[in-house]
Design a protein around this ligand. Structure first.
Ligand code: GLN
Length: 251
């Protein structure tokens, strides 16, 4: 039996900056290389989604203005069912503006309060200074059984604070992270991950891409063992060069 994964891409026309779409392409390609069929379902304003048929959800970042255009549709149309699916273990990756809307709310720098779906126990408050630059994060080992390093690029005014129901994705080695104060980056709840890492994130960090694919396969097909290894020598070398360069610059 051919395995198949379906990826829902939330608001691709409104929420896609710094090449966030590359995350969906990376997931799709890494599935194809392994003979796993992969379908991408774009979810725009007004769409109806059967979340039981979705294996991975991706939500990219956006300007405050882009977020304002879709926040109400997202919260009202998708909020209750998507929150329930995330409670049930649906695999999700949300970047920056998408991450903020997975939380309780985003109070923008201009004072607009954008509602979130509250799937992640986080809230975000915009600040005057933007947090911009390259980031290196060491993931929390409980994410996938071992810590690994992620490289990415952040550009956000929002400062995100975690409540007791979410744990950080990892520790910031270089960069500002969730709020520039507590040294942490991202938030994890069950199989949903929110973080500030543009990049695109997944092509640069194949370990995280495969963590999402493996978790989604397990959820759909039961214990399928490890995903077939791919030759990631180039990606890992590029990641390592970036980590070393950033750590050097920081010193
Ligand atoms: N508009 C949000 C902020 O500035 C998110 C930015 C982003 O997605 N890069 O915090």
């Amino acid at each position: 039996m051919t395995q198949q994964l379906r990826i829902a891409h939330l608001y691709p026309d409104h929420m896609n900056i710094y090449g966030d779409r590359g995350n969906v392409i990376a997931l799709q390609q890494r599935c194809r290389w392994r003979g796993i069929a992969c379908e991408v379902v774009p979810v725009g304003p007004g769409a109806t989604v059967d979340w039981a048929g979705i294996d991975i959800v991706f939500f990219g970042g956006g300007q405050d203005s882009g977020q304002a255009l879709i926040a109400e549709d997202f919260v009202e149309r998708q909020g209750p069912a998507l929150r329930a699916a995330i409670d049930d273990g649906l695999v999700m990756l949300a970047i920056c503006g998408g991450y903020q809307l997975l939380g309780h709310y985003f109070l923008t720098h201009a004072g607009q309060r954008l509602p979130g779906i509250g799937a992640l126990d986080v809230y975000t408050v915009g600040g005057k200074e933007r947090l911009i630059g390259n980031v290196v994060v060491e993931t929390n080992p409980d994410l996938s059984g071992r810590a690994f390093r992620l490289v990415g690029f952040e550009n956000h005014s929002g400062r995100t604070y975690l409540g007791a129901g979410a744990r950080p994705l990892g520790r910031v080695l270089v960069g500002r992270g969730n709020n520039g104060e507590d040294g942490m980056e991202g938030a994890v709840y069950r199989n949903a991950i929110g973080c500030y890492l543009h990049g695109s994130l997944l092509p640069k960090n194949p370990q995280l891409a495969d963590h999402l694919i493996a978790t989604a396969l397990r959820r759909r097909y039961g214990d399928v063992g490890c995903v077939a290894p791919l030759d990631d020598a180039l990606e890992l070398r590029a990641q390592q060069v970036m980590v070393e360069r950033m750590l050097r610059v920081r010193r």
